[in-house]
Ligand binder design. Structure first.
Ligand code: PLP
Length: 396
């Protein structure tokens, strides 16, 4: 017998369907040079500080005296200390190294963390949403409450009308590229504290925040250490989509009534889960991640983020200039483009592909509230991004 919940997952994965349509078009029009502003992978190489750290780590592996085998379960101290210092203490947040769990990226952790929850826990996600939160809970047999995020509510979810136990929030958001201010995020922390709810906060795009009133971490909000787990990724921060490294913060204060009685904590449970099922992120990846916290690493990573954000600015400017309504792209590498003339997101996808030879991501693939929008990414190289914009201008 199989886990029948897997049969409840929606059929074609969004990006497989996009690839299928692109391949059909390519077969019919082999001469068309297609530019993808679709999948959210990065294009710029790793920065020199990271490359240097990787070479050094490789050399260490070649010598018995410095060779490393299995690493510590929560990740090497050198990386967890750097995280605590630069991502939290520098922002006035007190997180301790044993509250940080280094991982191979935020996809695994955002997908796996629900294993610690009871089967009947009520889950809420924003709609549109990063599909991992939904699918991992469907696999576990849970039903999910959707919180619509539309232009009318400024893409900020409203508090659920019914009791929910866990809320997934991702800001800066994938796919809408929009953010929550401190005041808006405080509403959710207060909700969680007063309703015994838990927040899973995905900060994968935190490095792209430019505005002062947008929090980089949920722990900037008072009380969040009692009700929130936060996921981080080096994928978009530093181009680690192929290197693989991220981390999750599980504060020791996060406890349900049941955990309090049992004198345990979510931190202990996650440690137990990880040490059973995960054997750590490679030493090389962790040394690479450590390098982004050096002064040179910081400056270099910031330059790459700046490069993508300049793409985003050019995209916003060009698209609004030709009459599109565009959201996001100010504190995030994603733009959320309203389809013209009431077209569905797949209709507009086809038009962009066939007329402009540009690939976007249909908003409907992220949830029903994504209908009427497409997602564009600023992760392309400059020349291709500019070329794509020129072609979109001729769409008419
Ligand atoms: N969370 C969000 C919102 C994402 O968009 C992504 C990647 O696209 C991830 C997590 C996964 O990141 P990682 O590469 O660290 O697994």
């Amino acid at each position: 017998m199989i886990n029948e919940n897997f049969l409840k997952l929606s059929g074609a994965y969004l990006f497989s369907e996009i690839a299928r349509r692109v391949n059909v078009f390519k077969t019919q029009h082999p001469e068309a040079g297609i530019i993808s502003l679709g999948i959210g992978d990065v294009t710029q190489p790793l920065c020199p500080a990271v490359i240097e750290a990787l070479h050094k780590a490789v050399d260490e592996m070649a010598v018995a005296a410095t060779f490393r085998g299995y690493g510590p379960e929560r990740g090497y101290n050198f990386l967890r200390e750097a995280i605590v210092e630069h991502d939290f203490r520098a922002r006035g947040i007190n997180i301790e190294a044993d509250e940080v769990f280094v991982s191979d990226g935020a996809k695994s952790d955002t997908g796996n963390f629900q294993e610690l929850l009871g089967k009947d826990v009520r889950i809420a996600v924003t709609d549109p949403v990063y599909p991992v939160y939904v699918d991992s809970n469907v696999m576990a047999g849970r039903s999910i409450v959707k919180l619509p995020c539309k232009a009318e509510n400024g893409f900020a979810p409203e508090l659920p009308g019914e009791q929910v136990d866990v809320v997934y929030l991702c800001y800066p958001n994938n796919p809408t590229g929009t953010t929550l201010t401190r005041e808006q995020l405080k509403v959710w922390v207060d909700y969680a504290l007063s309703h015994n709810a838990l927040i899973f906060y995905d900060a994968a795009y935190e490095a792209y925040i430019q505005s002062d009133d947008v929090p980089h971490s949920i722990y900037e909000i008072e009380g969040a250490k009692e009700c929130a787990v936060e996921f981080h990724s080096y994928s978009k921060t530093a181009g680690f989509t192929g290197i693989r490294c991220g981390y999750t913060v599980v504060p020791k204060e996060v406890k349900s009534e049941e955990l309090k009685v049992k004198n345990s904590s979510l931190n202990q449970l996650w440690n137990r889960r990880q040490s059973t099922k995960f054997n750590g992120t490679s030493y090389l990846s962790q040394r690479a991640a450590e390098a982004i916290y050096t002064p040179e690493g910081k400056a270099q990573v910031q330059a790459t983020v700046g490069y993508y954000m300049e793409n985003a600015r050019l995209m916003r400017e060009a698209l609004t200039g030709i009459g599109f309504t565009v959201y996001g792209g100010k504190d995030a590498p994603y733009l959320w483009l309203q389809t013209p003339n009431g077209m569905t997101s797949w209709e507009f996808f086809d038009k962009m592909l066939q007329k402009a030879h540009v690939v976007c991501t249909p908003g409907a693939g992220f949830g029903s509230s994504g209908e009427g929008f497409v997602r564009l990414t600023a992760f392309g190289n400059r020349e291709q991004t500019i070329e794509a914009l020129e072609r979109i201008k001729t769409l008419g």
